[in-house]
Design a protein around this ligand. Sequence first.
Ligand SMILES: Nc1ncnc2c1ncn2[C@@H]1O[C@H](COP(=O)(O)OP(=O)(O)OP(=O)(O)O)[C@@H](O)[C@H]1O
Ligand SMILES: [Mg+2]
Length: 265
Amino acid sequence: MTIISIDGVHKSFGDNRVLRGIDLVVKEGESLIVAGRSGSGKSVLLKCILGLVRIDQGSIRFHGEPLTDRKRTEFLEHFGMLFQGGALFDSLPVWQNVAFRLLRGKQKRPPGEARAVAIDKLGRVGLEPDIADLYPAELSGGMQKRVSLARAIAADPSVIFFDEPTTGLDPVMADVINDLIRGIVDELGATAVTITHDISSVRAIGDQIAMIHGGTIGWYGPVADMDRSGNPHMEKFLGRHRRVDTQAQVPRNGSDRPSAPDRDG
Ligand SMILES: Nc1ncnc2c1ncn2[C@@H]1O[C@H](COP(=O)(O)OP(=O)(O)OP(=O)(O)O)[C@@H](O)[C@H]1O
Ligand SMILES: [Mg+2]
């Protein structure tokens, strides 16, 4: 069953025609990857779905109905999000970050109950109850990412978006996060949309992959088929990341990303 359908979506900023007719469906219970080079419009597409930017043309539907402001509110109630960089609230302890949506608004619960849910969700991402009262600044980067994951699933969402979930993590922690995300999707039966540059995330998390190129979907298909897509943009995406992996193994190379990842697209 289709949860989100995107038809002929266009979005420009001045002369910059970022999205030029995006057609894409997100099906219930699947894990969809949105890939594409930097600046190709992945985040803009996400913002269009969330209603943070208004589309110029086309339609976005949720369960077959146009995402009007009212429908979007309904959509957001069933929605969880892992923001790039975690985006935890520095001034709130870990448990209140995780339980953020359970402490206010429509899903508000008594604080004791919200805290119990937070501790349960922390457990799901491999964190002990004793970090519940710490502040984000007291945690390592990988732990912060896990707390963000716990927050994304706190209200038992049916649709979860992950924006660059492994960016900035070392390869070992990236694998841990990828496995957690895949586990969350499988366990919750949730629908996941993951924006990523990271080819190991694509393989670990994704069922389907949509590659944005030139403002449209340049290639779409099962992750299992992407290595033999025969599509030049997909080949470039895979090839570029093989080069990144090689570079990362060279000692004293300070960066695990090429200095100009976009120029070769
Ligand atoms: N609010 C905005 N106003 C003007 N231009 C914007 C705005 N948001 C995005 N853009 C432009 O849209 C294009 C696509 O940006 P977007 O953030 O979607 O890229 P991306 O694919 O997510 O890249 P990255 O992988 O680096 O995150 C860029 O050229 C960007 O400058
Ligand atoms: Mg982006």
